[in-house]
Design a binder for this molecule. Structure first.
Ligand code: NAP
Ligand code: G3H
Length: 492
């Protein structure tokens, strides 16, 4: 990798120009690029005893942080947002090489993250409590007043996935810090350098070092120790359903926010604007090579328009740029070779079972061609499994009812899209879909980031989104004023 001029690798850490940082010992964990196999940098692999020291430091520092005025915490977060923007190019460059995300998309991720942090800093000020008298409940008098407000959980463990190391990092860190928690961030290994730089920027912004720690290392080696740590008070995790499920089993009685995998369906009805549907489906399925939880991962189209839709999809897919993220290609190498091989196997199985390969299907190392499969049936893995690759199956259905049934039979329940000009029909279908969010005449997507983002079934638990994340990272605390009958005439 050509190191951006303002960044100097420093024993596994990145130092902003003119601001040398103390080296972290033994930066032994190599982060290799999916783009060309080069070593992008090295990070320290935290040991269990180092993690214990970090979590203890958080527990010591958190009460003072929670006591600091909210307006002051918000001010520091605004400063962090400014620093994110100021260092957008460096962060983006790391994302390009660590996770093979197109340069423009990488930069957009950083800018979106700065916006998220600012919005959160302000939203935290609007989280207010409530007060209620006792006499609303049967047989009670008006002699008690409950005053309820939100308090931080303590120390929040934040684990983002490789596909949005910065944005899904800040979507955990900012609500946690704004509401007075300490944070341990365990960045994904692909994205650990960007995560480390982001940690440095948080400290540069003035977030006390004890309150915010970045702990690097492979999830398979340090994840269990972090998740089961007795001084972690809340866990916010985004990643695969498999890891999330295992984490939930181990975490015990700790509140969890889990955003997991998906198999989002785009349902296309006979009256849909097919040009609009095709445009949204292709960008929804192939942006960042399909490595988005909210990617369109299957099309359920009624037979009357299936042929025309498939032609429109194929034509658009043929125009996608494929190759190097530094050239801003849409479809770039997948994060690891295993993911590419898995996608290739899914295509092979589908075609062996009778699916027709409309375009793509090829693979060079971990670069998978954008692939469209038609005539996919329930017997094929690609109908049910999340590929996390540029691979789109089309299932032809007889009716909207069949589409709803197929959508709901998935183990996942993140989002779905319905394309129809008839809003009544779309609404009735939306009510029947077992997913967190239904998009009407638009591609499946998480943002804007203040919207509620919800997964049902294997897609997760809890609600993400600025306000909802703050609520998930705080708990209610209540105080009850017990008022005795009083003769105010007697009070002097
Ligand atoms: P992953 O393999 O589950 O990893 C996610 C994170 O968990 C990484 O930071 C990983 O660290 C860490 N981890 C691994 N093993 C762990 C353990 N035993 N304990 C604790 N943490 C552990 O997922 P991914 O491949 O990064 O991301 C792709 C998946 O995430 C897809 O299924 C996608 O749908 C899902 N996703 C969901 C959403 C959503 O909001 N619903 C958003 C984005 C992605 P290492 O990198 O060091 O292994
Ligand atoms: O990968 C999962 C992300 O939460 C998706 O976010 O819809 O903005 O790409 P996005």
């Amino acid at each position: 990798m050509t190191t951006p001029p303002s960044l100097r690798p420093l024993d596994g850490r990145y130092s902003l120009a003119g601001e040398p940082r103390p080296p972290v010992p033994e930066a032994t964990l190599e982060v290799c690029s999916p783009v060309d196999g080069s070593v992008v940098g090295r990070v320290h692999e935290y040991t269990h005893s180092e993690i214990d020291a970090v979590v203890d430091a958080c527990a010591s520092a958190q009460p003072a942080w929670a006591d600091a005025p909210l307006d002051e915490r918000a001010r520091l977060l605004h400063r962090f947002a400014d620093l994110l923007e100021a260092h957008a190019d460096e962060l983006a460059e790391l994302l390009v090489m660590e996770i093979a995300k197109a340069r423009k998309d990488s930069r957009d991720e950083v800018i979106r993250s700065a916006d998220f942090v600012r919005f959160t800093a302000e939203e935290a000020k609007r989280i207010i409590g409530d007060a209620q008298f006792s006499d609303a409940f049967p047989k009670q008098h008006r002699n008690k007043l409950a005053i309820s407000y939100r308090v931080p959980m303590g120390t929040v463990l934040a684990i983002p996935p490789f596909n949005y190391p910065i944005n899904l990092g800040v979507s955990k860190i900012a609500p946690a810090l704004a509401s007075g928690n300490a944070v341990v961030l365990k960045p994904p290994t692909q994205g650990a350098l960007a995560g480390t730089l982001m940690g440095d920027l948080l400290h540069d912004a003035g977030i006390p070092p004890g309150v915010m720690h970045v702990v690097t290392g492979r999830g398979s080696r340090i994840g269990d120790h972090l998740v089961q740590h007795p001084r972690i008070n809340m866990i916010t995790f985004t990643g695969s359903s498999e890891t999330g499920r295992a984490l939930a089993r181990k975490a015990g009685m700790v509140p969890l926010l889990l955003e997991l995998g998906g198999k989002d369906a785009a349902i296309v009805l006979g009256d849909a604007d097919l040009e609009v549907a095709a445009g949204d489906i292709v960008s929804g399925a192939f942006a960042y090579s399909g490595q988005r939880c909210t990617a369109v991962k299957r099309v359920l189209v009624v037979r009357s328009v299936a042929g025309e839709l498939v032609s429109l999809l194929a034509e658009r897919i043929g125009r996608l740029s494929v190759g190097d993220p530094r050239d801003d290609c849409v479809v770039t190498p997948l994060v690891d070779p295993e993911s590419a091989v898995r996608a290739e196997q899914m295509v092979r199985q589908a075609t062996e079972l009778g699916a027709s390969l409309v375009c793509g299907g090829g693979r060079r190392d971990n670069l998978v061609e954008p692939t469209l499969l038609d005539q996919v049936t329930e017997a094929m893995d690609v109908a049910w499994v999340e590929p996390f690759a540029p691979l789109l199956p089309v299932i032809r259905v007889g009716s909207a009812a069949e589409a709803v049934e197929l959508s709901n039979r998935s183990e996942y329940g993140l989002q779905a899209a319905i394309f129809s000009r008839d809003v009544d029909v779309a609404t009735q279908i939306a009510l029947r879909l077992d997913v967190g969010t239904v998009q009407v005449n638009g591609r499946t997507a998480r943002g804007p980031d203040h919207f509620p983002f919800i997964g049902t079934k294997s897609s997760g638990m809890g609600t993400q989104g600025v306000r909802y994340s703050i609520e998930a990272m705080t708990r209610m605390k209540s105080m009850v004023l017990n008022m005795r009958p009083l003769d105010l005439e007697a009070v002097r």
